[in-house]
Design a protein around this ligand. Sequence first.
Ligand code: HEC
Ligand code: HEC
Length: 236
Amino acid sequence: MIGRVLCAILVAGVLSGPLAAQTVLLGDAKRGEALFRDCASCHQIGPEAKNRVGPHLNDIFGRKAGSVGDGFRYSDGLARMGADGLIWSYDTLDAYIDNPKALVSDTRMAYRGMKDATDRADLLAYLRGFSANPANIPESQPTARPREVELPPETLAIVGDKAYGEYLSSECLTCHLRSGGNEGIPGIIGWPVEDFVIAMHAYKRQIRPHPVMQMMAGRLSDEEIAALAAYFEGLE
Ligand code: HEC
Ligand code: HEC
């Protein structure tokens, strides 16, 4: 198949001549091909690929989320992410494959997530081979990068103060309906605390694209996010 994805990076000013290119291994595409078994029950990739349970994954790098066409029906959440401007890049794919729900809360992709960063780097190296313009993909070293939506256990362990959450919630309820209804703006009540916390941190770190929510979440401390999560979880 496509073998390893090797990238040549010029070390300017250090070496010169034909041997100036240094070869950097960006994830092992061969290993990635084997890891794609995790996805193959739902996704196809390659020349004959069609939409199945999930959309085909050709040209996924640089593709707008939720845009494959051919009648594929996305969840409202993924369609909304696309409308907000989410483009599949190394970072957004890494976050989605790591934990699909952290990026798109109501995604229909029933996949637990691939937790190992090296596995994801290898899988992405494999997927990259099916994108028309891999040169557009940033050539940073994937495994050196922190996982954006991975939260330290201490952050997830914070027990939110519901009364404080109620106090903070008034601002949120100028947009989100207290009834939990979904009219243009998604409902946010009754979510498990952890999903809520991860979603808020994904906005805070600008992994999720919406500018208003990025601003809202950016102003909140870890304790405030935990308090809001505890308060909204308890609402009916
Ligand atoms: C159980 C079936 C299933 C498995 C397993 C699965 N997916 Fe998906 N995937 C889906 C569905 C369904 C969607 C559409 C989700 C939505 O609309 O919210 C999707 C969406 C996606 C998208 C977004 C595509 C777009 O057009 O915006 C990517 C990228 C993706 N999956 C990659 C993967 C990768 C990589 C794996 C393996 C690690 C994987 N998926 C495993 C079912 C699956
Ligand atoms: C000015 C309007 C507005 C305010 C104020 C606001 N939100 Fe949002 N919120 C939105 C919109 C619009 C979305 C959908 C964004 C998207 O597409 O990602 C959203 C999405 C969310 C989501 C993800 C929902 C999902 O289904 O994925 C959460 C969680 C959330 N908001 C929590 C809050 C909290 C907590 C506050 C208060 C601190 C707040 N929001 C304040 C407009 C607002």
